[in-house]
Write a protein that binds this ligand. Structure first.
Ligand code: TZP
Ligand code: MG
Length: 211
């Protein structure tokens, strides 16, 4: 059962390191001004305390613009900043367990699909959206399993009605094809975080989605 609708089309996944020395809070704000409508903070190597401090600062920006903030795989941080949601992978805390946590149970839960078998388990059923991870191999995250490609998106689309968030080497040139293959939402890291002008990069991607 999903608790939330998912009316988002351009999803920024951000970490400080992926912003290449730029201020990640500024990048996030510029991305919002360009048209990003949901943001995930993904800090894989920070202590919980450091992650929390970043999340608190980012919350000031997302709250200012009314943009949902999703926390990657850290229940404590998600709880403390009262984020809109949490995103987990196939080997993180299971969505069914997240739904049992009082502070988490009502949040948006995103779940990455790395194997087709996951579509048969109850984890997908209790999630609000599924990440198709990765659509294409990417330098941003190298420990990936299946490279889904366009065919993989279409196959998953046929197996589930859940909102599908595609991630992995998505940029302006392949954005339309990823949507046409069956994705509902595009998630990007480098297409926005390493752009010279993150606001413009977000604007162009959003424009492509809305075409
Ligand atoms: N999960 C699957 S691929 C990926 C994540 C977090 C990184 C995507 O980064 P980029 O730079 O948009 O390819
Ligand atoms: Mg994980």
């Amino acid at each position: 059962m999903s608790l939330h609708s998912f009316p988002y089309q351009l999803y920024l996944v951000i970490s400080e390191a992926d912003c290449m020395g730029k201020n990640f809070l500024k990048v996030a704000e510029q991305a919002i001004l360009g048209g990003v409508d949901i943001i995930q903070l993904r800090e894989k190597s920070d202590s919980t305390e450091k992650f929390l401090q970043k999340a608190l600062k980012l919350t000031e920006i997302t709250a200012k613009y009314g943009i949902p903030l999703i926390i990657n795989d850290n229940m404590k941080v998600a709880e403390k900043v009262n984020s809109a949601g949490i995103h987990v992978g196939n080997s993180d805390t299971a969505p069914t367990d997240l739904r049992k946590q009082p502070a988490i149970r009502d949040k948006i839960i995103g779940y990455s699909v790395e194997h087709l078998m996951q579509l048969e388990n109850e984890q997908t059923a209790v999630s609000d959206y599924l990440g198709i991870s990765p659509v294409f191999r990417t330098q941003t995250k190298t420990d990936t399993v299946t490279e889904w490609g366009f065919e993989g998106i279409t196959k998953i689309r046929q197996l589930t009605d859940k909102p599908l968030v595609a991630i992995g080497s998505i940029h302006l040139e392949n954005a339309r094809a990823v949507l046409n293959a069956g994705a509902d939402c595009l998630a990007v890291v480098s297409a926005i975080c390493s752009a010279d002008d993150p606001q413009r990069a977000a604007y162009e991607l959003k424009n492509e989605i809305l075409k």
